[in-house]
Design a protein around this ligand. Structure first.
Ligand SMILES: [Zn+2]
Length: 312
């Protein structure tokens, strides 16, 4: 199917000026082969005045936003679309404060929850795993990084990094925070991130040895960090870009319990960094936003943090 997205801000504004236009765009992303009734699977539906679709077979009134991250939102879809456009056109990532200012949202909290909902949509359900030759290593994020001024007071988080080789370049990546570097955690990560049969390139650390289902190509790392960077250059490059991004865009103000979301956003941007069009990123985000379920309030609430204060 041809990918249908606005090429620039002017096209975006012309196209998504009304909730009806946004709703129709969502419907096309949600039901790319045409309407499917969520209750009976019927394939015929008619739009109603209230923005619902009535199933021709069972009369069920389906909402295009039900069961997506937009479920129960009280804000107009036009505002959500602006948020998605803004998020995908920020080259270096989006902060809640930036989103609040851009959309004129009344509270920082709203901007924060929206960003977290959108970040959830950045992980494509059933997305492809890495394959071929894959570099694998761990890195520590946060804590008292050298030369860091400011808010980094929490403990370091341990993050597994996998980077697919693309000739001399870095292909797609996957990141995951883990509580410990153990064989069990590594197995879980690999199961979700790397196709069985792939060739894993790791350092000589014991935990990386003998991963069932994968070929293994250990590289011997000498003591100097410079050697690690030479022998596993892709994961090291990704780790340093990640740290720079967390410090730059978020001033290091990422709490460990929120790190997963930031890792997802970083991965989303990184894996599409060569995308010629920002509009295409927007398209992907919308597409994925109607494929992931809503974020229950309690889940966000569990992670509530006041976040950075609005004083700067
Ligand atoms: Zn039906």
């Amino acid at each position: 199917m041809e990918e249908d997205y606005p090429r620039n801000l002017l096209e975006f504004e012309g196209r998504f000026a009304t909730d009806a236009a946004c709703r129709e765009y969502l419907a096309r992303r949600r039901w790319p082969e045409g309407f499917v009734c969520p209750r009976c699977g019927g394939r015929q539906g008619w739009p109603t005045q209230r923005g619902l679709v009535v199933c021709g077979a069972c009369q069920y009134q389906a909402s295009v936003t039900a069961g997506t991250i937009f479920q129960d939102t009280r804000q107009p879809l036009t505002l959500w679309f602006r948020a998605m456009w803004w998020v995908t056109t920020q080259k270096n990532g989006a902060s809640a404060l930036g989103l609040q200012r851009e959309l004129g949202l009344k509270t920082y909290w709203t901007a924060w929850t929206w960003l977290h909902k959108l970040r959830r949509a950045m992980v494509r359900p059933g997305r492809d795993r890495l394959s071929g030759r894959v570099e694998l290593d761990e890195t520590y994020v946060g804590g008292n990084e050298e030369g860091v001024i400011g808010r980094l007071t929490h403990d370091k988080a341990l993050v597994l990094v996998a980077a697919q080789e693309d000739g001399p370049r870095i292909g797609r990546i996957r990141l995951q925070r883990v509580t410990e570097l153990s064989k069990a955690r590594l197995r879980d990560f690999l199961a979700g991130a790397v196709e069985p049969g792939s060739v894993l390139r790791t350092d000589g650390l014991n935990v990386y040895q003998g991963r069932a289902g994968y070929e293994h190509e250990p590289v011997v790392v000498k003591r100097q960090a410079a050697d690690a960077a030479t022998l596993l250059p892709r994961v090291h490059r990704v780790a340093s870009l990640l740290k720079r991004w967390l410090l730059g865009t978020h001033q290091g103000a990422v709490r460990p319990e929120h790190l997963d979301y930031y890792l997802d956003e970083f991965t989303f941007r990184f894996n599409r960094r060569r995308s010629a069009s920002r509009g295409k990123l927007f398209y992907r985000l919308v597409q994925q936003a109607v494929q992931v379920g809503p974020v229950p309030y309690e889940v966000l609430n569990k992670h509530i943090s006041p976040g950075p204060q609005q004083t700067h």
